[in-house]
Ligand binder design. Structure first.
Ligand code: TMP
Length: 195
């Protein structure tokens, strides 16, 4: 009963979760060249990709998530061709929605990664979308507003102190991990995380 009361009191911290059987392949869309694409192909950073590109990476930390393709994914049984087609469709759809959201906040969604899983045999979005798994640049100045600030030693605020209902202070959690606060502030997403 005390646990139930705790959940009622703190329900703004709760999420409804579905357990998915995860597909071990990550979907990346790139609107502008950056990161591993620049290193792999030697293209200039910031070049706009028209149409946006779609890439697959195998989830394997020991191998540093190597790039794969649909043929490999089907042959090794990581996903069926139909499942991959649905993952690709949903990732492009997410790109439209998210690009518009960040554009309205003065930012370019450079690239991002999504993961999918199966729930009752259906492909659904899993894991998270957060500044942990995307690149964001200021639209006007192209200043980096994402984790690359820390990867490239550009400085910035990684965590914000949040006042807690009990009077204490906590550091912002996983949602903001590694992401400069400015990007979240601009979208208004940050405010929605506060109680
Ligand atoms: P990349 O340039 O390192 O290949 O990454 C492309 C985008 O996808 C970038 O926004 C980071 C994200 N990403 C992850 O968050 N985790 C991953 O394992 C991979 C491969 C990419």
């Amino acid at each position: 009963y005390r646990l139930f009361k705790f959940f009622l009191k703190h329900n703004h911290y709760l999420s409804h979760l579905k357990k998915l059987t995860m597909i071990p392949v990550e979907c990346v869309i790139r609107n502008y060249a950056a990161g591993s694409l620049v290193r792999r192909l030697g293209v200039s950073e910031g070049q706009q990709l028209t149409p946006p590109t779609f890439e697959l990476f195998l989830k394997n930390d020991a191998l540093h998530d190597p790039m794969v393709n649909e043929s490999l994914a089907v042959s090794f049984g990581w996903a069926t061709a139909e499942q991959l087609a649905e993952m690709k469709r949903l990732t492009y759809k997410a790109n439209e929605v998210l690009s518009a959201l960040f554009d309205a906040a003065g930012m370019l969604l450079v690239d991002f990664k999504l993961e999918f899983g199966l729930f009752n045999g259906q492909i659904v979005l899993g894991d998270e979308f957060s500044p942990d798994g995307c690149r964001l640049w200021d639209k006007a100045t192209r200043k980096k507003l994402d984790k690359d600030r820390f990867r490239q030693g550009l400085g910035g605020e990684a965590f914000r102190r949040l006042p807690q209902p009990d009077g204490g202070v906590a550091l912002a959690g996983r949602v903001a991990a590694g992401a400069p606060i400015e990007a979240l502030d601009r979208t208004g997403l940050w405010g929605r995380l506060l109680p």
